[in-house]
Design a protein around this ligand. Structure first.
Ligand code: GLA
Length: 438
């Protein structure tokens, strides 16, 4: 088996043994959901406005081992979080069942995962299935685990978890649900059940990715395409051609700064900018989303926006253009050009979207200057966590050492939060989420 393939046989064996012991059943009865993390090279912060994004999964993610429980009970344990979560699939779940602090304090999805009862994602999955009229009779006995230190890092750990529970409950109940439907179900978990106003980037990447392709998703129309990676166009043999890798560089920041305005605040600012631009251009009745504003209307009326809103709108419109150019560059194998656009996108996140914190910005700059790096940016909501870079495969090790060394010099305390080998990870493209039977 390709050593870069995730999950490895030993990871699968380990989780199967744990679940078999929990349930008092045979290892062969254990199914495992592999739900990968995603990166978004271009198209940051525009999914919630109906923009077009690019994404791919990586060969890391969360594993949920499970067995249908034989009755309505759901019993869950986690490798990262304490306690046992128990509920019945017969319980009717309402968003108001959720802990209030999660809704009020939501500034990124991973924060929710960290600070709430971790079982909320499983309840959220039940909520979404019930809300769409699915009747569940089977619960699951399950064990959820992810790689140490990669939750709360902007790699979409929360969507990976939400999708994992959806797939497990659907599998246990013999429900056939398409990836597109599951994108909507995960949206219900995050937007309705947990109150985060995020877009559909994360779960779309997790559910639709195909190894070696870049996913391009129009978050307004939900149309998507998979664009083959340039090297695969030359040679269909994925093993032979690995010209690029991804670097994940961790800042060591786990908590958003207290004065951080947060994810939902940015979404509201984008909507406010859209409302002003739509009113000014005679479309006041249209939904206040920046994707409903024509580029020409934006250019004509942007002077009506106060400075902060003008920056959010500038990020949206410039990022859409970068996505268009980036898809062309990717499809024609111009990785240097693709990389430059990623770096420009990172800069716009800093200057226009105004997310990030000083250490994250410094880490971004170090990555941009690392040997062999085509381009870099913050990952995810960008309020903390990690940066990603696209790097020439031949220079990946050298670049990773450079980043570790330089970040250590300016932030020894933050850098010490990570075990040396985990501070910068070298990853490859992954597959979509799936249920693995034994
Ligand atoms: C988080 C959100 C996504 C998206 C990204 C930023 O991951 O969950 O919907 O907005 O941030 O691109």
């Amino acid at each position: 088996m390709d050593p870069s393939f995730w999950p490895s046989q030993s990871e699968l064996n380990e989780i199967r043994e744990i679940v078999a012991t929990m349930a008092g059943r045979c290892i062969e009865d254990v199914r495992v959901v592999a739900s990968p993390y995603r990166i978004c090279p271009l198209g940051a912060h525009i999914d919630h406005q109906g923009g077009t994004v690019s994404a791919m999964t990586i060969n890391r993610g969360v594993l949920l081992g499970f067995i249908p429980s034989g009755d309505s009970q759901v019993v869950l344990r986690s490798g990262q979080f304490k306690g046992e979560v128990k509920f019945s699939v017969n319980e009717i779940v309402h968003p108001k069942d959720n802990i209030g602090v999660c809704k009020n304090d939501a500034n990124d999805s991973s924060k929710l995962y960290e600070e709430c009862d971790w079982g909320n994602y499983a309840r959220g999955a039940l909520y979404a299935l019930q809300r769409k009229g699915s009747h569940l009779s089977q619960g699951i006995i399950g064990y959820l685990c992810g790689p140490e230190g990669l939750d709360s890092s902007g790699l979409s750990s929360s969507a990976a978890v939400g999708v994992a529970y959806l797939l497990a409950l659907e599998s246990a109940n013999n429900l056939t649900i398409s990836p597109k439907e599951n994108i909507e179900y995960d949206r219900l978990i995050e937007n309705e059940y947990l109150g985060l106003k995020n877009g559909i980037l994360d779960q779309s990447a997790i559910l639709l990715s195909s190894r070696g392709c870049l996913l391009c998703m129009n978050c307004k129309t939900k149309e998507y395409k998979l664009i083959r990676s340039p090297e695969l166009q030359k040679d269909q043999n994925i093993e032979m051609q690995k010209t690029y890798k991804m670097l994940l560089a961790f800042s060591g920041l786990k908590h958003a700064l207290t004065n951080n305005p947060g994810y939902n605040r940015r979404v509201s600012e984008c909507q406010e900018a859209a409302r002003i631009l739509l009113n000014a251009s005679g479309f006041g009745e249209t939904d206040a989303l920046l994707s409903n504003v024509q580029l020409e209307a934006y250019q004509e009326h942007k002077n009506k926006l106060e400075p902060d809103l003008a920056k959010r709108a500038e990020h949206y419109f410039s990022e859409n253009l970068r996505v268009v150019k980036g898809l062309e560059a990717w499809a024609t194998g111009r990785l240097e050009d693709f990389g430059k656009l990623i770096t420009a996108s990172g800069l716009s996140s800093i200057q226009n979207y105004e997310c990030g914190s000083e250490p994250l910005i410094q880490l971004y700059k170090i990555l941009v200057n690392a040997p062999g790096v085509f381009g870099a940016r913050f990952s995810g909501a960008g309020f903390r966590g990690c940066c990603i870079a696209l790097v020439d495969a031949e220079h990946a090790d050298e670049a990773a050492s450079f980043v570790r060394r330089e970040y250590q010099k300016i932030h020894p305390e933050l850098a010490s939060q990570w075990k040396q080998d985990k501070a910068v990870l070298i990853c490859e493209a992954g597959d979509s989420a799936r249920v693995i039977l034994s």
